[in-house]
Ligand binder design. Sequence first.
Ligand code: ARG
Length: 652
Amino acid sequence: MSILELLRQRFDSALQSLTTDTAPLLDMIRPSQDARHGDFQANCAMPLAKQLGRNPRDLAAEIVSQLKLDDLCETPEVAGPGFINLKIRDEWIAARAFEIRGDDRLGVAEAAQPRHVIVDFSSPNVAKPMHVGHLRSSVIGDAICRTLKFAGHKVTSDNHIGDWGTQFGMIIYGYRHFVDEASYRRDAVAELARLYKLVNQLSDYHAAVKSVPELEGRLKQQQTELEQQESSADKSDKQATKKLKALRKGIEDTRSALRSAESKIAEVANDSTLKSLADAHPEIARLARQETSKLHAGDSANQKLWDEFLPACLEALNRIYEQLDIHFDLTLGESYYNPMLAGVVSDLAEKGLARDSDGAVCVFIEGNAAPFIVQKSDGAFTYATTDLATIQYRVDTLKADEILYVVDKRQSEHFSLLFSTVDLWRPGTVKCQHVSFGTVMGDDGKPFKTRSGDNVGLESLIEEAVSRARLIVNENDDRRETPVLSDDERQRVARIVGTGGIKYADLHHNRDSDYVFDWDKMLATSGDTATYMQYAYARICGIFRELEVSRDSIRHSKSPVILSTPEERALALQLIQLDMAVEAVLADYRPNQLTSWLFEAAGKFSSFYSACSVKNAESEELRQSRLILCDLMARAIATGLSLLGIETVEVM
Ligand code: ARG
């Protein structure tokens, strides 16, 4: 049980005689922000006093007199208007640190009520290369799976790949008309990616050409309207100024749409090969859509191509997952649910949840303007239908208690409709949560793109991280009197540092915020980075090597933990609370709770290490105790990072 849970338990007993509703009060026991106010603070006396019409300081004193905390805390202190400050006893901290010194789980208990949680993450649309946009879902989802598992839950990781969408119609069309056989044989995925891009480009070209006259007409009309408004408007009329502003904004929007259309046209028009392809395929967008429809309708030629393309696409994905050390229990893509879609729609209709609306079949959710479309008027099923079928499968066949969707926050509308529909369709069967996240930005403050405006490919991003890390590893090892790492070892460390850097940089941000991708910050050897943590780990391993002490023997040491300085105390108190960090991650699926805990621990370790000599400790007992703290710290880093999907190395 974590310290916080223990404290809450004790407070719960003490509060029984004062109120029946203790839960919100217990929630007000928190770690102190300021060490001068003790280790924990309980702010529950004030709201309770208000409720009971009593003096808060008196009530705080009464609560303290009821509390049975002697074994765990020093005498609680009532401060200010009625805060209760709690300081954990040194003996208790030392005993707990001693107790967990040999525990692989560092004192983190397994969940009393394990749940079966399905984590739907990564889930890229295949047939196009994975790009930086897929990084967050993959990395956050993997960290959540690892943390849930560590906490004792049953976890099924499921890569719900988009393998049944319109992109397949595009590559089928592309393959039939533009394939370069030799390239396809050499590297099928690269060739399919080229075809996808080409079909997209040609479709965009025709759409742009078609849109220009309309846009020009609109611009002219908007300009005329603006002129009229400008000449007639009364400057002091607020309404009129507002209208002027809106008109100017409308003109700006039309201009930017025109610019974008013109650049799409230019891309093709300025390239004679592309231009002649475009001219030869004026109906490309419609025909590519038709290929998708044929595939969905069971056309055997298209199905055959799909069967051929898919393994190649999966192989390309797996190369990346391998590099990132991310693995899935299941990879059930959208295609898997295709046979179940019609059944879902008829079941919804039978239960009176879905009905016809302009030829489409929709679920209408109260309080929501947009309907949830489960079948379009042309008969096609949608992303929504597939997600409903997937939930049905996950509940009925996989027996999920909870489903997490680690998906970009731009899809929150979809998930809110999906979950509301499930609440009506299968009430009380499963708990669903959208674990949403923001965008990876470039240093220009816009979504991270290459200089030419393309998405940043994930494979090249990882490659670059590893080669940058390699330089750091080389430099570090070359600085040694005699370098200790072989070429292979350097490369292995570089992979661990490079991918760890990318992952940590992502995970240490609050997942809902956007963040700026920054190579230098990511691989910095100081600050809140994986590299810093990995160095700290290797350095502690180095201490043990230097002193010729085995870490294993320390874990079985009978020597007590001694907290002779405030730094030792602060470090030990932090290290015995990994359980709270894990709990904080799982409360709302936020891995940054764990990175903050790690970073705080590293800071406390560094204060400890500069204040307390291990080698020249005043006594052998103290030396042993400090070695226990060092080993605990190393294991806290290794365990903490492993929950984030990041490896450590003993020498780097
Ligand atoms: N393939 C989708 C996309 O790239 C994400 C799928 C997320 N999972 C789900 N069950 N909807 O946007």
